[in-house]
Design a protein around this ligand. Sequence first.
Ligand code: LM2
Ligand code: CA
Length: 484
Amino acid sequence: YKNPYYAANRSVNVHLFEWKWDDIADECERFLGPRGFGGIQISPPNENVVLWSYNRPWWERYQPMSYKLVTRSGNEAQFANMLRRCNAAGVRIYVDAVINHMTGEPPENVGTAGSTAVFSDWYYPAVPFNRQHFNWPHCVINDIDYSTDAWRVRNCELVGLKDLNQADEHVRNMIVNFMNKLIDLGVAGFRIDAAKHMWPSDLRVIYDRLHNLNTDHGFPANARPYIYQEVIDYGGEAISRDEYTPLGAVTEFKVGLELSNAFRGNNQLRWLSSWGPQWGLLAHGDSLTFIDNHDNERGHGGGGGVLTYKQSRPYKAAIAFLLAHPYGEPQIMSSFDFWDSEVGPPMDNNGNIISPAINSDGTCGNGWICQHRWRQIYAMVAFRNAAGNTGINDWWDNGSNQIAFCRGGNAFIAFNNDYWNLNQNLQTCLPAGRYCDVISGEKVGNSCTGKTVTVGNDGRAQISVGANDYDMMLAIHIGPESRL
Ligand code: LM2
Ligand code: CA
């Protein structure tokens, strides 16, 4: 369950938060496929409660009404079409699976597919679930439980959402049928929402009943779905991330915390020479890494002061490090603009999501941020693909916040987060020649709109990153995007 089964020479997962299936299919063909992205995390595809009383917040999608594939992102036919088109473009789809709970949001009780529920009876006829399928007796998780009481975190309600009992055979069957339907339609895996709130032993039974990935969509025979479990664990909790690594990969929240801290200037970049498990991070093969996610970019899910699109310069640098370094399986966030922590995606008066517009410079409009279309970010996806499975070599630092390293003989990156310029003759490990810095510009024809780096026969080059440059990094590699 720890192999994302990306197509050859691809890496990096992007969370297209609240995107519509038709728009995702277009984005696979016109951008993500050609740019070498590995996969997409999509918003929950199953029916959720419609919350006009909160003006359709993003979080209504974390309140399932049934497992029908009808949401604001589209219906089942559109979902299936997206999977065909994205897989054909070489881009995998990972589903955000909300299986810990059902909606518990009175007074509204109509879902995006028109289903209803009777909350007072724990009755969800469209699944169907009734009272006997939920944890009993009814209780609500208190803040203190996270540090003291694993049982309550798993068997009581998370923010009042009706808590399913995954030990129940019918509940297991409904969840497994839902997930297998998605696998058969061509998905490559799942983010397991609120995994901490479910017993590992129950999750194991569910995972082991999942189908192999669909070979008609280009997956190899006997391939198991990639599973990354959302477990927020900064240490000191009654439930540890280590209880979930035997089952599948786990979201490593410490990555965003530590890299945000470093690129904000609160920790010297030179310490990143030991980045990885020595920092208390999960083992490489267990770790789904990211700077921000849909919760903590807006102060939900424990919040936590991570960098987001709103602090673009250090954010781009933190993502560049995340993607340049071989540690972990990285995911980037692609957001819509928000001004409060509850507001949902751009929508019309009927609640329909408004598609992102694509501007002439390739960025998004209509309220969509599309970090994945920022040059400095998609350039680093190509960098990671060019680096392949090389390790880190030729680490250099100036003893504070100027660092540089190579990925084998394939790629080189330098960062400057000091208040003075970086101007050094450094080992780039690249073949002699001229390279376009894919951060300050891009290759157009055979010239470069940004800095050009000339590598000598000894692999060395003069590297400059000014303290006041637009971005704090410089990146070159052997791929066609950089080689002149
Ligand atoms: C997750 N991971 O474990 C998601 O990443 C996170 O986004 C979800 O919370 C959460 N678990 C449940 O799936 C979000 C949001 C909450 C919101 C819930 C349910 O962060 O604020 O809770 O979705 O929509 C909302 C209200 C809350 C209310 C609750 C139930 O904010 O005040 O509690 O609904 O009605 C009474
Ligand atoms: Ca639970």
